[in-house]
Structures are given as structure tokens and as C-alpha cells.
Write a protein that binds this ligand. Structure first.
Ligand code: SAH
Ligand code: SF4
Length: 442
């Protein structure tokens, strides 16, 4: 979502004459978009601000003027005052719900040369102020449809930093999807902190739409060939969404479904709203309608009170389901969350041992899945040039990077590839000579 937010900020600033640059040395303004989910991410912010300030000092010395230094994202939301206290040279601090005020904030920062701090949760929605016009960098685009969270998992800062659940009206989402399609998006990923809790007003304004209705309507946009959604909350997956995986061909057979733990005791302490058995049953239901679906997940290791037996439950669940890709991290105590204050915090070396074991298993899963893909022919959406000359890289329906020899004209196109090799991180293959795809041969 930070990628999406950064894109929207860049679009908005373009109207004020700003353009993006690859290096902070050239920048008239640097906006650091931050993440508060784990301590490591949040702490990195302060060293990064210091580094950016040094670059700015160098620019001033060379007579290149004083640039604006801004911090946004969830660290700004959660620690706005602290940032200004620890790094008083920062000009602007604003949260993820107020960036539509950037023109006003820049004017304030330039005029007053004081601090600008906007970390309220405004009554107006930023989306109304941003409009629907979009630019697309490549052929894949994110589209925020839902934001915030009311679930209050006991370890998580999101409900505090992103605010309560909000769903954009379906009409606005469809308008933006059409804009993205016009700007060249062939793949749209509908995003939200709990994207499947989406319940926006229907286009006629009379009722409410869920995520499945949104997916169906986005699928009607002809030039959009692939649809994905992320991140889902397991307890909010309904039958209509499961059916969408059967009925809508454009909906990719890859689903990110965070489970966090396989232990019922820990899931309860996390306030996740489902048991291990319920998660397994849900996965079975999805696989039944879409047997080729690949699943990825998030796992937290070392939640307070996690015993060897609890970890074993997590390990077994990950093994049985065979997640092909996971984000697994040690539990990070976050300020203000109930879990940070719980007894029986797990020692770091125990967390490390468990995490290593789990990650070894997950790496095996990925390797096996990639190996099983060899011999298959898959549609690949090409989105970058490869490391070697003459190579192009794209994504399979399962998000695997696929490397082929092809001419750059294939960029942003979908072409059929026969998979010949696999490794832990990617697949290699050859283009299938089908119709006009011939022109992509290197
Ligand atoms: N809404 C999604 C997840 C969004 S947060 C869901 O409910 O599943 C993204 C991921 O960050 C979570 O899935 C979780 O695995 C991780 N995470 C959140 N808080 C954490 C913490 N305190 N320590 C470690 N990982 C955490
Ligand atoms: Fe955080 Fe997801 Fe739980 Fe919400 S549902 S509190 S975003 S982990």
C-alpha cells in the first residue's frame, strides 16, 4: 500500500511541477514513506532521515538550495511528535490519511520554515481529493479499495496507524480501474489491509458491494487481463469470493492468505477469529473450486506464550498446506499493543531457531513448487529486462519470476512460455511460437 500511496503522491505533485528523480542528491523534496509494522522497519527510519539530512547539507553547501525533507507513512502517524523531537530538521510529518493536503503542507513548510505536522484522521476521504486520473509505471498496478482495520489482532499496529476500516465506493474504484486500464495496466491488484472485508456502496448507491462483486466488474474491463487481491483476512473469506476463483478466469490462481500461527492457543491469544482446523477447511474449500491455486501466507514466530508444541503446530500446518511463498518473521513487540505487554515473551535465540527451521521448510516448498512447474506452459506478463543481455523477465500466474530470451518489444505483453528450468528464486523457459508472438524472439 505504501507503493500505491507513493504513486498517488507523485501524481499529485506532478501538478505542482515536481517530477520523480532516482537520487536524493537531485531532489528539491524527499518524502520518506515509512512502515511501522515491525520494530526493525520503524527504527530504520531514523538512520535514513539522518542520511537524507546529510545529503541535504551537502546540497546547501554546494549552493544548490535547501530541499524539503518529509516523513509520511505509518511511522509518521504513530510517532509524529517523536520524529520532530529526535530529528528537528525534518520539515513535514504527515500520516497516510492526510497526504492529499500536500500542496497546502508544502506551502506551509516553505512559508513558515517551521514544522508541519498532519497526523489527524480527517473527516474527508483523501480519495475524494485525489481524483481518479492515474498514471501507470509498467503493466501492473495497485488499486487501493479498502483501508484500515477493525480486527485488533493483539500484536498489530495497523488499526492504530491506518485507522478504522473504510471501503471506497464501488463507482470510484471502477472509475480508477478504467483509468489504470487506459494508462496501460494489464494487471490490477486490488489492495487493502483487509481487502476481503471490502463493503463499499454499490455503483447505484442503493446497496453494498463486496470484493467478489468488485472483481467481477473489474474483469469486464477488456484490456485488464489479470486480477489479484491482497491482503485477505481468513475469517472474512466468503463463499462468493471462493466462487469467484472458480468463475473468473482473469482472477489469478494465487492467493495470499495470512495464517500467522497453526496453534489454536496462539491464534486465540492473537485474536485472529479462527482456529487452525478452520483455516485448513477454508483452504480445502478454495482448492476444491480452483485445484491449481497456489497459496502464500504470513507467519509470526515466537508470539508470547508460544511453546515448542505450539510451534510444531505452525510447522505442521505450513508443511501440510504447502505454502509456496511466505513472509515469516519473529514476533516484534509493538508499542501500545496488548501482546507487547503479555507475559511469557519468547527468548530471541528460541525464536531464531524456530524461524530457521520453518524457513528451511518453506524454502523447500518453494523449490518443489518451482520444480513441478517445469514442462508446463504458462502465460507470463513481462515487466523487466533480465540480468544477461537478450533476457526478459516476467511473472507467471503464480507470481514466479520467469526468464526467457526475447526482444524488448515483449515488455508489458503477456506471452506463453514453456518452462524448461527452475531454481529457488525463478523459472527459465522458451517462448511458444504462437501467432504474432513470433516477433518477440531474440
Ligand atoms: N491484514 C492482514 C495482515 C496485514 S499486516 C491479516 O490480517 O492477515 C502484515 C503482516 O505483518 C501480518 O500478516 C503479520 O504477519 C505481520 N505482523 C504484524 N504485526 C507484527 C508484529 N508485531 N510482529 C511480527 N509480525 C507482525
Ligand atoms: Fe493487523 Fe491484519 Fe490483524 Fe488487522 S487483521 S490487526 S491488519 S494483522
Amino acid at each position: 500500500m505504501n507503493v500505491y500511496d507513493s504513486g498517488r503522491m507523485a501524481e499529485m505533485l506532478a501538478a505542482l511541477g515536481y517530477a520523480t528523480t532516482d537520487s536524493p542528491d537531485d531532489a528539491d523534496m524527499v518524502i520518506l514513506n515509512t512502515c511501522h509494522i515491525r520494530e526493525k522497519a520503524a527504527e530504520k527510519v531514523y538512520s535514513e532521515i539522518g542520511r537524507l539530512n546529510k545529503i541535504r547539507d551537502g546540497k546547501i553547501k554546494n549552493g544548490n538550495g535547501r530541499s524539503i525533507l518529509a516523513v509520511t507513512g505509518c511511522v509518521a502517524q504513530a510517532e509524529g511528535e517523536q520524529i520532530l523531537a529526535r530529528a528537528p530538521y525534518v520539515d513535514m510529518v504527515f500520516g497516510p490519511q492526510t497526504y492529499h493536503r500536500l500542496p497546502q503542507m508544502i506551502a506551509e513548510a516553505t512559508r513558515a520554515r517551521g514544522h508541519v505536522l498532519h497526523t489527524d484522521f480527517p473527516a474527508e476521504s483523501k480519495f475524494d481529493e485525489l481524483g481518479s486520473a492515474r498514471t501507470v509505471n509498467g503493466a501492473s498496478a495497485f488499486l487501493t479499495v479498502q483501508e484500515g482495520c477493525d480486527k485488533f489482532c493483539t500484536y498489530c499496529v495497523v488499526p492504530y496507524t491506518r485507522g478504522s476500516e473504510y471501503s471506497r465506493p464501488a463507482r470510484d474504484v471502477l472509475l480508477e480501474a478504467n483509468e489504470l486500464a487506459k494508462a496501460g495496466a494489464k494487471e490490477i491488484t486490488l489492495i487493502g489491509q483487509n481487502v476481503n472485508a471490502y463493503h463499499g456502496s454499490s455503483p447505484d448507491g442503493d446497496g453494498s458491494w463486496n470484493l467478489a462483486s468488485l472483481i467481477r466488474s473489474v474483469a469486464e474491463i477488456e484490456s485488464v487481463e489479470r486480477i489479484r487481491y491482497s491482503t485477505s483476512y481468513p475469517a472474512e473469506v466468503n463463499d462468493e469470493l471462493i466462487s469467484a476463483h472458480r468463475d473468473i478466469e482473469k482472477l489469478m490462481p494465487n492467493l495470499h492468505l495470512p495464517v500467522q500461527s497453526g496453534s489454536d492457543k496462539i491464534l486465540k491469544a492473537m485474536n485472529r477469529g479462527h482456529s487452525g482446523a478452520q483455516f485448513r477447511a477454508l483452504v480445502e474449500k478454495i482448492i476444491k473450486v480452483r485445484p491449481d491455486i497456489s497459496l502464500s501466507s504470513d507467519l509470526i514466530i515466537g508470539f508470547p506464550g508460544e511453546t515448542d508444541a505450539d510451534f510444531e503446530d505452525t510447522y505442521n500446518l505450513a508443511r501440510d498446506i504447502g505454502f509456496v511463498q511466505t513472509y515469516s518473521f519473529k514476533f516484534s513487540p509493538r508499542p501500545g499493543t496488548p501482546a507487547a505487554m503479555m507475559d511469557a515473551q519468547v527468548e530471541d535465540h528460541v525464536m531464531s531457531e524456530r524461524l530457521d527451521r520453518l524457513q528451511a521448510l518453506l524454502a523447500e516448498n518453494t523449490l518443489r513448487f518451482n520444480r513441478e512447474t517445469v514442462g508446463k506452459t504458462l502465460p507470463v506478463l513481462f515487466d523487466r529486462v533480465g540480468k544477461q543481455p537478450g533476457q526478459m523477465v516476467g511473472r507467471s500466474p503464480h507470481m514466479q519470476p520467469v526468464v526467457v530470451e526475447a526482444t524488448p518489444e515483449i515488455m508489458h505483453q503477456i506471452a506463453e512460455v514453456k518452462i524448461r528450468q527452475s531454481s529457488a528464486g525463478s523459472l527459465g523457459g522458451v517462448l511458444i511460437n504462437a501467432g504474432n508472438k513470433e516477433r518477440f524472439y531474440a
